[in-house]
Design a protein. Structure first.
Length: 310
């Protein structure tokens, strides 16, 4: 196998929209206050991780030239599995009517990039097609009366099919996976509980790790920020992205963002933004695409790929 291509992408959002004005019923806030601090206007709630993952996968398969039966492995990045045990990925496979290797990855908001590296490893070991999904039902663990966390999180899912091929030119040029467990207390959710977050610490640490991780990847690939066609960051807070971009030298024109309409969807946020960028025609074969995720753990990850698609 010489490379891979993105055979199809898909996304799924719940029907129910929770706006900033809706949140005024639960807490002392305003639309202006939330937008100024986060860039978020609304988020989606309802549905389930399994339903969102399944629907996103079905759309990705429909948009590809593949049949569901050709999927050899499913990697599902999620913080909100349906059960503690088993993982949700085997249930997604069952909903698709297939049997294959299927497992969950838990690296919080960096989970999809972690999953990308796992999927690439499977391709390098001989798999032909891997379905990579990020899906979350974060309303399960969000207190919508808490002004520190209730304004941020929403539900969603997105799927990407990675197809190995001798004539594909797509490849991972450089990557970085890292974590610092000493920072686990600044953002966490215990079993049976909701999110707890030290907002200022998360903000500061996020900007720091984004800068260091992306710079490491750019150095290893020997490319400059201006060489990147599309940057797809985790959609946590637009102010985090803006500050990190000023340090790194990226522009918002290079950036895929859906945060205003989805809120923070954790492991689903990068693939949701990617799906929109792909359907809008913002990336073409040969382009350089950078993914960067950061979140609870504290975990972070970056990956630079050369894009290829049918």
């Amino acid at each position: 196998m010489s490379g891979f291509r993105i055979a199809g992408v898909g996304a799924a959002l719940p029907d129910k929209i929770l706006t900033n004005n809706d949140l005024k019923e639960f807490m002392d806030t305003s639309d202006e206050w939330i937008k100024e601090r986060t860039g978020i206007s609304e988020r989606r709630v309802g549905s389930s991780t399994l339903e969102l993952a399944t629907n996103a996968a079905l759309q990705a398969i429909e948009r590809s030239h593949l049949e569901a039966s050709q999927i050899e492995n499913i990697v599902l990045a999620t913080t909100t599995p349906e059960q503690l045990c088993p993982g949700t990925a085997p249930a997604v496979a069952n909903n698709l009517g297939i049997q294959c290797g299927a497992f969950d990855v838990q690296a919080a908001c960096a989970g999809w990039v972690y999953g990308l590296m796992v999927a690439n490893g499977l391709l390098l070991q001989g798999a032909k097609n891997v379905l990579l999904i990020g899906a979350e039902a974060l309303d399960k663990i969000t207190d919508f009366t808490d002004r520190g966390t209730g304004i941020l999180f929403g539900n969603g899912g997105a799927a990407t099919i990675l197809e190995a091929s001798e004539d594909a030119t797509g490849k991972i040029l450089a990557w970085d996976l890292d974590s610092n467990g000493a920072l686990g207390s600044i953002l966490y959710a215990d079993h049976g509980s909701n999110f707890h977050m030290e907002g200022r610490e998360v903000f500061k640490k996020a900007v720091t790790v984004i800068e260091s991780s992306v710079n490491k990847v750019l150095r290893e690939a020997d490319v400059k920020p201006a060489d990147i066609k599309l940057v797809v960051p985790h959609q946590a807070n637009i102010r985090i992205i803006e500050l990190a971009w000023r340090k790194l030298g990226f522009t918002m024109d290079q950036t895929a963002t859906v945060l205003e309409r989805t809120g923070n969807t954790s492991a689903a946020s990068i693939p949701i933004a990617l799906e929109e960028a792909v359907t809008e025609g913002r990336v073409e074969p040969g382009d350089l695409v950078l993914f960067v995720g950061f979140g609870a753990g504290m975990t972070w990850a970056s990956a630079l790929i050369e894009w290829d698609a049918p």
